[in-house]
Write a protein that binds this ligand. Sequence first.
Ligand SMILES: O=c1ccn([C@@H]2O[C@H](COP(=O)(O)OP(=O)(O)O[C@H]3O[C@H](CO)[C@@H](O)[C@H](O)[C@H]3O)[C@@H](O)[C@H]2O)c(=O)[nH]1
Ligand SMILES: [Mn+2]
Length: 873
Amino acid sequence: MTSRSFRGSESLQGKSIPMSVKFARRTSSGRYVDYSRESNDLDSDIGSGEIGSGEFMNYTVHIPPTPDNQPMDASITQRVEEQYVSNSMFTGGFNSVTRAHLMDKVIESETSHPQMAGAKGSSCSIRGCDGKVMSDERGEDILPCECDFKICRDCYVDAVKTGDGICPGCKEPYKATDLDEKAVDNNRPLPLPPSMGLSKMERRLSLMKSTKSVLMRSQTGDFDHNRWLFETKGTYGYGNAIWPTEGGFGNENNGGGGEPVELLSKPWRPLTRKLKISAAILSPYRLLIFVRMIVLGLFLAWRIRNPNNDAIWLWLMSVICEVWFAFSWLLDQLPKFCPVNRATDLNVLKEKFELPGPLNPTGKSDLPGIDIFVSTADPEKEPPLVTSNTILSILAADYPVEKLSCYVSDDGGALLTFEAMAEAASFANLWVPFCRKHDIEPRNPETYFSLKRDPYKDKMRQDFVKDRRRVKREYDEFKVRINGLPDSIRRRSDAYNAREEIKAMKHQRENGNDEPLENIKIAKATWMADGTHWPGTWIVSGQEHSKGDHAGIIQVMLKPPSDEPLHGASVDSNPIDLTEVDIRLPLLVYVSREKRPGYDHNKKAGAMNALVRASAILSNGPFILNLDCDHYIYNSEALREGMCFMMDRGGDRLCYVQFPQRFEGIDPSDRYANHNTVFFDVNMRALDGIQGPVYVGTGCLFRRIALYGFDPPRSKEHPGCCSCCFARRKKSSTVASSHEENRSLQMGDSDDEGMNISLFPKKFGNSSFLVDSIPVAEFQGRPLADHPAVKNGRPPGALTIPRELLDASTVAEAISVISCWYEDKTEWGTRVGWIYGSVTEDVVTGYRMHNRGWKSVYCVTKRDAFSGLLQLI
Ligand SMILES: O=c1ccn([C@@H]2O[C@H](COP(=O)(O)OP(=O)(O)O[C@H]3O[C@H](CO)[C@@H](O)[C@H](O)[C@H]3O)[C@@H](O)[C@H]2O)c(=O)[nH]1
Ligand SMILES: [Mn+2]
């Protein structure tokens, strides 16, 4: 539904010149939003009237609700749409339409969690229809009419479309028939043309809905990011017109530049500390390096002064080699002069972000979102049980549920992985609340249940023994189901294929065709539990269904959780008592990027880049954690530890936090040096003392905009100090801009344009959703501006607003950005995202960021953050 609103261009002085009438979409809170960023058809109509070319020169005039302009209750229809979206599998890509296929059934076993795709509710009351009633994330039925007539989505759509919006139960018109056109037109399956079936305008509007309004408070709220950006020209900080004045900030006019006195006097409480390594250890070590350097120097001098005249060439070559070795040894030793240890303070993090205070009265978590990427490529080499365990450890991680999203990249496009993920999502229903209730560590069921130590130690609760036994039994059943999946898929597919064959034979006989029956060729398809073809790779590879040739697939396995905690239902309906436990689960999305012959898929780097884009559209977490499928979260607080660094003062200049790689299953004598002690405990710490450790491919928390290839903020303020002199670009000595602070999104090459949006499609590709999500991610990734010492911060409370619900056009857009042609003629893989063309893409990717001036941090936690299973891969 679109409604009219006036939009004007306004100069900075506030002089308003009405320009044109534009259409804007009403958000759930009833406000009008409009966002003019893209140059599109509508903009060009009014182009002559535009004042200036500033990207933020236009903004919407918000019309307050008047009696004839009352916001409609769109929440029901939005929830209906989100339910529909998460029950559907989206496919599409090159030369094919984007489809949403409503899945009645994802796996054969029963699923009961309300967030689980394909969840079952009560049935439709329309005669002859046994469809399931629409339900929300609490599993409560969505009954669109006040008479509570039970109706399924399809019948509701029929009633709205063909029955003039009359409820079949009470025969009164529905109050809210605000279903999106696209959803009404196409129910099962929902074909969306390659252009996503949306006009540019619609796209722009739903973009607005899905990204920008996240930052806005309710209609009565005080914080409007759009307007803020406009009026401050992108400056965030103290003394702005729109800086929230209520809640403890007091009078704006006090103190230098409006900085609140209260904060100035408050001592800064750091989230992290650098620990000096004691001189008793370090000094002898330094001395040793020094002595060896002198001895080496003397040796080389002696070598050069004493040539062997009998074999002068041999002598020359060995001198060259020795000098080279000496040089590389030196490079290895020099950083080791100043290694560092670091410590975090999780209590301060909690206090700043999660406790109610004057700046955050409700105490809702103000932490930024994290998108966790798990890569898997081949269910044969990477057993689905291992991947499921990794997923379970992520879903159970100790981080605000509504801020966490998990993405599984399946490069094999295998139904086995897909169903294993669905099973894991279903088991998470029990596992995650169990972990929360009893503080289980580690939160990977396989490891937890095979721990050697006494599980009952330190456990206070009465019902722990009973609960543990119950969950253990469920886990054993879960394992049986996972291990039985390959067989069950094969049997199911055989049965369906046999049925197809019989059908085809019958058909042929009916048509009186005399051709011999052997000529009937039925492709050996792989079938999903709901009796349809699997769009990915088939067990017997078929055309468009092989490893290097299949459609892009996205399935939201667990839809985004509700904003408020949700406690378990009564004891009888759950295996264990969860009445005091939050049972929400984080968003879980299965992604298999499109693959076609003739395209280079760039292995893991390509898979990661597809996930970066898809996640930008679906959840846009400002931070990204990358894990290989065989690395699980061993310490449930690891995410918080990483966030301490990112949210600390100056944390906005960190591109990533690398955690050490630890493995289990190493033989006691460690014959293959799997512990890699020298690298992970010496070299990485030493590098941390200079610009930062290298990225080693897994267990790394990235800042999203660093992956996008932007420069760090204030990058030109720090002329080559000793720690980063190798990394400085030559350009840095040139123009020192006075607006440095404001230009938080800049790239080395886009000279003076801080955020030149017109160049973005060239770099990032043609998705305006994606392009528009970038500044949002940048803003949300900033540290909290809770003290004048924090530069480039965001106001407290900005991230406590509920997220927008998912709609079909959003997921369809995500499908388009994982298509194989999306990266054509863009900078993905060269300057943006994971870098292509190297077997060690990880090191190159990290190095590129260091080269731009970003710093990284090595985070060694007391309890290992992540752990890998060595024997498997
Ligand atoms: O086409 C591919 C190939 C691999 N992977 C995934 O990439 C990860 C790493 O691959 P693996 O074959 O297990 O390589 P390793 O040597 O174990 O991995 C280390 O070395 C790699 C190359 O430097 C890094 O990418 C990894 O993150 C790092 O853990 C695994 O999760 C795979 O599923 C894909 O997603 N797509
Ligand atoms: Mn591996």
